[in-house]
Design a protein around this ligand. Structure first.
Ligand SMILES: Cc1cc2nc3c(=O)[nH]c(=O)nc-3n(C[C@H](O)[C@H](O)[C@H](O)COP(=O)(O)OP(=O)(O)OC[C@H]3O[C@@H](n4cnc5c(N)ncnc54)[C@H](O)[C@@H]3O)c2cc1C
Length: 298
């Protein structure tokens, strides 16, 4: 059954893969196989994909840059989809930007800065796609992506296109009500500013990140959300957990809210480390740490 399906899938989408290790598609370098993995470049291909998955009753899971994802060692059933090609388009009109879901945030920040548009600089060092960033309402203390949104173009779970205006979407701390849709593009509202000031702000933010974060290691950014009025990193560090290791996963010695894959870590290693951190911080500080990272698969 799976072999016949695989042949059909590869015939429809040349270049698509079966049993594709998702470790290749996450910044953690962790994750079991996707039954089917495809990079979709046009709206026509997307329509074909929705028809194919619906006719076979297969689930469809979008990923972006995999920079906020813990994919289970058992992998992801059905089709895992990444947008590319036409969805990497970025267009400016006056102080507005129409941005494809596959555009990378640092690219958006810099393109806006080059046009003397301010608002997108908080995202200059976040290594994800705009689609993933809308799902996670990515941001920094300087601002979240949701704040700039005018309209989002989506496909719902049945493949029906929708344009959602800002007041039809709820954005909260690292979450949005877009969950369950496929984001195709977004219209953002930026503001005119001084190009040199904006570029200088970007440089400052990138420098601050390089000082504080273990860049160059395999990680997924902040693992836990900051609890109200406190910082997850401070709580983890105070609990004496910096450097703690389970299998190939280690609490970053540089930033305690990051977990690094230091030696072929499995998702099970990361999960065990997460549980130890949550238990220890609960016992020592009486605080429950919630996950910021998204989990996928088995
Ligand atoms: C070094 C480092 C630093 C980071 N710093 C920050 C930071 O400062 N602030 C911050 O908020 N985050 C940060 N992150 C986390 C991460 O980069 C962001 O959350 C990013 O926006 C995720 O985008 P992505 O494309 O990687 O999404 P993924 O991790 O691939 O996916 C995240 C979720 O979005 C869904 N998704 C992805 N694309 C789509 C789409 N087109 N339509 C529908 N659903 C989709 C996925 O199914 C998944 O549920 C950091 C990560 C790293 C590795």
């Amino acid at each position: 059954m799976l072999t016949a399906l695989s042949e059909e899938f590869r015939a429809l989408f040349p270049g698509a893969k079966t049993d594709e290790p998702l470790a290749r598609h996450t910044t953690w370098g962790i994750g079991g196989p996707a039954d089917f993995y495809v990079e979709i470049r046009t709206r026509q291909e997307l329509t074909t994909l929705f028809q194919w998955t619906r006719s076979h009753g297969l689930p469809l899971t979008p990923i972006g840059q995999g920079s906020n994802l813990l994919v289970g060692d058992g992998g992801v059933r059905g089709v895992t989809l990444r947008l590319r090609g036409d969805f990497e388009a970025l267009r400016f009109e006056s102080d507005r930007a129409t941005v494809g879901a596959a555009v990378l945030l640092p690219q958006l920040s810099r393109a806006a800065a080059e046009r003397g548009l301010t608002g997108a600089e908080p995202f200059c060092g976040i290594p994800g796609t705009v689609g993933g960033a809308l799902m996670t309402n990515a941001g920094t203390p300087e601002g979240d992506l949701g704040e700039l949104v005018r309209e989002v173009e989506t496909l719902d779970a049945d493949g029906v296109p929708r344009r959602l205006t800002r007041d039809q979407i709820q954005f909260s701390y690292r979450r949005s009500s877009l969950t369950g849709t496929l984001v195709l593009s977004v219209d953002l509202q930026l503001r005119p500013g001084d190009k040199n000031d904006i570029l200088a702000a970007i440089d400052r933010q990138l420098k601050r990140r390089a000082e504080r974060q273990p860049l160059g290691t395999k990680n997924c950014g902040s693992v836990f959300k900051n609890p109200p009025g406190d910082y997850a990193a401070r709580l983890i560090e105070t609990a004496g957990l910096k450097g703690l290791r389970v299998g190939g996963a280690q609490v970053s010695p540089k930033h305690a809210n990051f977990i690094e894959n230091v030696d072929r870590a499995s998702a099970a290693d990361v999960r065990a480390l997460i549980e130890t951190i949550q238990k220890t911080v609960r016992e020592r500080a009486g605080v429950a740490l919630d996950l910021e990272v998204w989990t996928l698969g088995e």
